[in-house]
Ligand binder design. Structure first.
Ligand code: ADP
Ligand code: MG
Length: 591
């Protein structure tokens, strides 16, 4: 056996495999360097998704000739002052990015130190270093990476399409830009601007330009401080969600990190207010002492390890839950805003034909969702008299949800508040109330059961009934007693008392079987029980279509006010929307 030392270029190429997996990783390293250099403006230009050119220019402190020569060497860094890997003040510290990039591409660095009158440039091609030469570069640095991986053709094969590489680069840059709102960023591809974020003072403004104005308008501020940790940021209201968890961002000590823990925490915090297939948007910033977190877990520094992950998890979950509690009683402001917009933005003539009412007012209400539109259309208010008129003085208006005045379309309660009006979706609201009641019973004495005089037999297929029977114990905890009845059938012996007389048992059992089969992979018992209870709540709530009298409606409103999270049903839809008198006056052009 003969052991030999690898040549430097090969070492750098091996390192490049870890540090620079794809063009986005090169962009990340170069932009991090520009940020570390104290830049306030960073421009990135790409060609072919970064495969043929990545150019990053900055207005940072630049480098003099000696620094430039050292910069392209491996393990040469200006950023680690002592020898303490835990005391890291910069994004970079490993001193291997430029050496790695230079080993696998044609690298050119042009730079001028801020205090110096002469600029320099240097080139590295496939690991071969050239002498520096003078350059007329302005203060700051521009780094060009051409033909990434040309020196390691095997790697080229792993690259995706230009478009996919561009998207990954954009995502990387957006994450970095969310961590540094006071730096301006632009990204161009083949000469076209694909992302730009001007330098701003407030985080809020940066998040608006990256995640959309909607996000901030529908987000709750998150703030918490515990021991050495400070948590800040925003999380979207349960009524403002996405189909994937791709818009959940975490920053630790100013560094964007990818941490699966975050998605788990967000899921746990929103478990009660969102269906499983919806995901909130969050941007959360953790600041802590550098010895609480290890950023040197991964060559690309994309992951971190907390000294006490359980503590961090609980901090995140409780801060989000707390915000949900504070904010969720009132529904999303955008609901009203959307409605107002819908009222306003519709051209006058568009929907008038639908309304046979001849004296259509000059302003019409088209453009809203059909049901709301119809609810407001004048003829409905006349030929279908509101089912109830309550005495104006019976219920004080000071209640947050006001005094019920009418029920329309057998599902919407119209209530008058001190400052305007509220429309309540009675089914959604009741569903939440039943759900919360279930949870309360579950937490205390267990859900109250009611035995059935004759068991209800539900026929399912063998596998459905089997998976349902596997959960018999949990279902019993939730007040539902089932037994095998042979041939795939199930006998229901008892149901939760809250559901008595309300639920269609056949349908409930089938829904539960679907629910359990679909989520069988989930190992978390609590999630299962929540899902069961949520499903049962849906079956036990007042269906739309049931008429209610004033007393019943007011009772529902009062219960909502006292119930946690009553601003959303358990599928995350709002249970009520509010129109202020001011809004109403605006709609009528009085303001
Ligand atoms: P690291 O960032 O871990 O120190 P790099 O290989 O990325 O390692 O960079 C090596 C060194 O080159 C840095 O420590 C820094 O001194 C210098 N450098 C790199 N990019 C820039 C830049 N855009 N402006 C000024 N100095 C830079
Ligand atoms: Mg670096």
């Amino acid at each position: 056996m003969r052991i030999r030392y690898l040549p430097e270029t090969l070492i750098n190429q091996i390192a490049a495999g870890e540090v620079i997996e794809r063009p986005f990783a090169a962009v990340k390293e170069l932009v991090e360097n520009a940020i570390d250099a104290g830049s306030t403006q960073i421009h990135i230009d790409l060609r072919a998704g970064g495969k043929s050119l990545i150019s990053v220019s900055d207005n940072g402190h630049g480098m003099d000739r000696n620094d430039l020569i050292a910069a392209i060497d491996r393990h040469a860094t200006s950023k680690l002052s002592g020898d303490d890997l835990f005391n890291i003040a910069y994004l970079g510290f490993r001193g291997e990015a430029l050496a790695s990039i230079g080993a696998v591409s044609r690298l050119k660095i042009m730079t001028r130190a801020a205090q110096s009158s002469e600029g320099w440039e240097i080139r590295v091609e496939g690991g071969r270093k050239f002498e520096p030469s003078p350059s007329g570069h302005p203060a700051g640095t521009q780094i060009e990476v051409r033909d990434l991986f040309y020196a390691t053709p095997a790697r080229l094969k792993f690259l995706k399409t230009n478009r996919a590489e561009l998207l990954a680069i954009k995502d990387t840059l957006q994450r970095l830009s969310m961590a540094f709102p006071n730096i301006g960023f632009t990204l161009s591809h083949e000469g076209q601007k694909v992302f730009s974020a001007p330098a701003v003072q407030a985080l809020q403004e940066r998040l608006s330009s990256v995640l959309g104005r909607d996000f901030i308008q529908n987000a709750m501020p998150i703030e918490a401080q515990r021991e050495n940790f400070t948590l800040n940021g925003y999380a979207s209201l349960p009524t403002h969600t996405r189909g994937t968890s791709g818009h959940q961002y975490l920053f630790v000590n100013g560094r964007p990190v990818r941490d699966k823990m975050l998605h788990g925490c967000v899921r746990a915090a929103y478990a009660d207010v969102l269906p499983r297939d919806r995901h909130p948007m969050v941007a959360l910033y953790i600041e802590t002492l550098s010895n609480e977190v290890d950023v040197n877990v991964h060559p690309a520094k994309a992951e971190v390890r907390f000294r006490d992950p359980v503590f961090v998890r609980s901090l995140l979950i409780s801060a989000i839950k707390h915000a949900l509690f504070e904010h969720a009683k009132t529904s999303a402001p955008s609901n009203t805003a959307h409605i107002l917009e819908a009222f306003r933005s519709t051209p006058l003539s568009k929907n008038t034909a639908r309304t046979p009412y001849t004296r259509t007012p000059a302003r019409t209400y088209g453009g809203l969702a059909e049901s709301v539109q119809q609810a407001y259309a004048p003829q409905h208010l006349f030929d279908q008299a509101p089912s109830v008129r309550s005495e104006p003085h019976e219920t004080p208006l000071e209640y947050p949800l006001g005094a019920a005045r009418a029920q329309i379309h057998e599902n919407y309660i119209i209530a008058q508040t001190e400052k305007g009006m509220v429309i309540v979706d009675q089914h959604a609201a009741h569903e939440r109330l039943v759900y919360e009641k279930f949870k309360l019973q579950l937490a205390h004495q267990g859900i109250e059961k009611q035995g059935l005089l004759t068991p209800e037999i539900v026929s399912l297929n063998e596998s459905e009934s089997e998976s349902l029977l596997n959960f018999a114990e949990q279902l019993a905890q939730c007040g539902l007693e089932i037994e095998a009845f042979g041939n795939g059938a199930i006998a229901v012996q008892a149901i939760p008392a809250i559901l008595s007389g309300k639920a269609d048992i056949q349908k409930l059992i089938r829904d539960l079987a679907d629910e359990i089969t679909e989520h069988n992979h989930s190992q978390i018992l609590e999630e299962h029980i929540n899902a069961i209870v949520s499903r049962m709540a849906c079956h036990g709530s007042v269906r739309s279509g049931r008429r209610m009298n004033a007393e019943e409606m007011n009772a529902l409103l009062r219960q909502m006010e006292e119930t946690p999270l009553s601003g959303q049903c358990n599928h995350g839809r709002p249970t009520s929307i509010e129109l202020s008198l001011l809004d109403i006056e605006k709609l009528f052009g009085r303001r």
